[in-house]
Ligand binder design. Structure first.
Ligand SMILES: [Fe+2]
Length: 142
């Protein structure tokens, strides 16, 4: 099932919110492709699109967390790495033309995405907003 973007997902850090919203849109494209019963290779291409964007997003976040010396950065990075490994595994199945893991993939991404936005990122959003380093966000969103 698709995710409808809601205001409760906003962390009030525009660059991160924009990236999260983009990830939600990309996730919805996978759902649409799967529900139209498109071939696994094509559904997989949408999964790949999501993964690529997620990796970019992780780089953005990790760079910002390093700037504020966020103490749980390693835990955060580990969780990102776990996600990449898991999705890479699912992607390999799509690329083999196997769609048997499609439902699992969608469920995994959805759970991960909502947890990432609503819990994981909320833990450091306040630190980032309060930090003297926030101008990098303002510049990026100008
Ligand atoms: Fe995030």
């Amino acid at each position: 099932m698709e995710i409808k973007w809601e205001s409760k997902y906003c962390l009030d850090i525009k660059m991160i919110d924009d990236q999260h919203q983009h990830l939600v849109n990309l996730y919805n494209k996978i759902v649409q492709s799967h529900s139209k019963k498109q071939p696994p290779l094509l559904v997989g291409a949408f999964v790949r699109g999501f993964l690529d964007q997620a990796k970019l997003h992780f780089k953005t976040e990790e760079a910002e967390l390093r700037k504020i010396n966020y103490q749980n950065i390693n835990k955060h990075k580990e969780s990102n790495d776990t996600f990449v490994i898991k999705i890479t595994g699912y992607l390999a199945e799509f690329n083999k033309g196997n769609e048997s893991t499609a439902e699992q993939t969608l469920e995994y991404i959805k759970d991960w995405l909502l947890n990432h936005i609503l819990h994981d990122n909320r833990m450091f959003a306040t630190s980032i907003k309060n930090s003297a380093n926030t101008p990098s966000f303002q510049t990026a969103t100008a």
